[in-house]
Design a protein around this ligand. Structure first.
Ligand SMILES: *[C@@H]1O[C@H](CO)[C@@H](O)[C@H](O)[C@H]1NC(C)=O
Ligand SMILES: *[C@@H]1O[C@H](CO)[C@@H](O)[C@H](O)[C@H]1NC(C)=O
Ligand SMILES: *[C@@H]1O[C@H](CO)[C@@H](O)[C@H](O)[C@H]1NC(C)=O
Length: 322
């Protein structure tokens, strides 16, 4: 009897240890860990909404794809049509990005003492990058899918971007010494805009995701309408900037950080939970089920590890799911 109870306790320990190992940390939405969205139909300022979400769930929602947008949109319009806060807000430090959504992490070509902090858009100056106020009028370089074209019309960065997107592909980018060399041949002596800018919008949960879904007239470079971001359900889920003290309903998210695996053990008649082969079979089954869970559970990290009973062989990692 006592022996059986100890066996049961061991088996329980095996399971609870398993669950514990499946806890994962705070995760950005592209990591494959499922999240759940909650539409809160109460009027709050952005900061109040953030506190509410952090208290009751994980945070204000982080949006990483047009699929996210559409999913949230479908859920919200059933209850509400208007602006809803999402977790994006103007931050204090920015990130240099290539138009449209790529952070520049390597291969930068700043001129001496640049970026000097005098603007959020980048122009070519003496063959290298220079930061300037986005409202400065420069010639600019468009990329047409094959090569770069110098446009001899002075425009602001934003208008230059629109022009390139309308008539070509986008503003030109530079990500290798060869591209730098090529663009300088096209530019000659001119100072020109390229597709690089400072994005200082930050997600409430600190995820550095660069997906943006701005409505026409709102861009990464401005916050003239306000420092907080709302999704407009009446404009296909496009994002608008609004004053953070305005009151809107909002969307929270919860990352599933716990998984509970339940396994029904049944046997007819005489079961001995101390039986090493039964314990191995149990652990094996748990392992197989864990590898089938949605999301990126790392099987290698979730190997159950109760102390093997006296007579059991040292637990070898169970095999992969069939
Ligand atoms: C939120 O405010 C708007 C405008 O003031 C109002 O029409 C709406 O009924 C309010 N919603 C809630 C849930 O209080
Ligand atoms: C919001 O607008 C959509 C589309 O026009 C409509 O189907 C939906 O019923 C509206 N929702 C509410 C709560 O009025
Ligand atoms: C396990 O057994 C319980 C009680 O008999 C039952 O409600 C549950 O659905 C079973 N679960 C599985 C995964 O078979």
């Amino acid at each position: 009897m006592l022996k059986h109870q100890r066996g049961a306790v061991r088996a329980m320990m095996g399971m609870s240890l398993f669950v514990l190992l499946l806890l994962s940390g705070l995760v950005c939405s592209d990591s494959g860990v499922p999240r759940k969205y909650y539409f809160i139909n109460q009027n709050m300022t952005w900061a109040e909404a953030q506190s509410y979400c952090r208290e009751k769930y994980t945070d204000l929602v982080t949006v990483d794809s047009i699929d996210d947008v559409n999913m949230m949109l479908q859920a919200v319009v059933l209850q509400y049509n208007g602006s809803v806060w999402i977790g994006l807000k103007k931050g204090t430090k920015g990130q240099w990005c290539l138009s449209p959504n790529n952070a520049v992490t390597q291969n930068t070509y700043w001129g001496l003492f640049e970026p000097s902090g005098d603007g959020s858009c980048v122009n070519m100056k003496l063959g290298l990058w220079n930061d300037s106020p986005c409202t400065t009028l420069f010639y600019f370089v468009c990329y047409n899918g094959i090569g770069n074209i110098l446009i001899h019309i002075p425009k602001t960065w934003r208008d230059a971007q629109s022009y390139c997107r309308q008539y070509y592909t986008d503003l030109a980018t530079i990500s290798s010494p060869e591209e730098l060399f090529q663009i300088n041949i096209v530019i000659g002596i001119h100072e020109t805009w390229i597709g690089l800018f400072l994005d200082s919008w930050q997600w409430s949960d600190q995820c550095s995701l660069l997906f943006r879904n701005w409505a026409t007239g709102y861009t990464s470079q401005t916050s003239e309408f306000g420092d907080c971001v709302a999704m407009s359900t009446t404009n296909s889920g496009k994002w608008i900037q609004d004053s953070c003290s305005k009151q809107h309903p909002f969307i929270c998210y919860d990352a599933y950080r716990k998984r509970v695996l339940r396994l029904n053990l049944s046997c007819d008649g005489n079961c001995n939970l101390d039986d090493p082969s039964l314990q191995m079979a149990t652990l094996n089954e748990l392992f197989i089920q864990a590898t089938r869970l949605p999301g990126r559970v790392q099987p290698g990290l979730t190997q159950p590890g109760p102390t093997p009973p006296r007579s059991a062989p040292a637990a070898a990692p169970p095999g992969p799911a069939p």
